[in-house]
Write a protein that binds this ligand. Sequence first.
Ligand code: PPS
Length: 284
Amino acid sequence: MATDYLWIEGIPFHWTTIRDLRSLRDGFLVRDQDVITLSYPKSGTNWIKEITNLIHTRGDPSWVQSVVSWERSPWIETPEGLELIEKQGDPRSYTSHLPVHLFPTSLFTSKAKVIYIMRNPRDVIVSGYHFHKTLKITKNPSSFEEYFEWFLRGNVPFGSWFDHVGGWLQMRGKENFLFISYEELHQDIRASVEKISRFLGTELNPEEMDSVLQHVTFQAMKDNKMSNFSLVPDIHIDHSNMRFMRKGIAGDWKNQLTVAQTEAFDRVYREKMAGLPPGLFPWD
Ligand code: PPS
């Protein structure tokens, strides 16, 4: 059964989110050794998690093949995730879709390593639509048109894509932040993994690198039940309709958005992103 959103500071969330995000923001202590994956939903979060987890094990797949992804790098904004993070030894690995103004403020004075993954928002809409129509933890769109409207208004879990990306991009230039795009991973996964492992301070030898690359392909993650979301409890997702590892491509929006939707999206995009320098995104 789909439920309505939980609204916190004007932003819609799933009901699985911690209700008191202000306590999390003011009370959670980010440590310098932490490795944090951040993103707006459906941007390639789990791809980055898999990569960082495999870099951590130097390409040994036994961890990613035996522990579900949401326990390897738990979500800080859920009660279960937070509990797991608090039990982790250093270096801790965790994930969040929180917008910058709701994230624990201790991050901004720490040396924790943050990887922010971005994706063409047109593809984020399409991926989000297919995901949200199967979710039982939030209200479901009745059509793509409806979800498209919700997205443009920011009335989807974790709020406006434009505010999320624009907010976190204020951190660009800080040496403990790495901004990377889904499209970049697609274009050159080896160079991307090298960039991420350098950022994390882990030099991989060629065999270790090959093993990481082998286990982060779309097919490998789709076949790995610890990473493909098939083990998410039934109360959260309608598994008969759900394929988390759906298409895994860049540019799927061209198969879904009408000309009118593309034009409407472009108008909003130009207006909302006007303050950012050109050349920031591979899809522009
Ligand atoms: S979530 O629910 O917000 O955490 O989802 P997120 O992980 O951010 O994004 C899910 C989309 O990422 C695709 N994905 C991949 N694409 C290519 N290669 C690999 N290895 C990979 N892993 C995940 C996944 O298929 C979702 O995109 P769509 O377009 O729906 O297929």
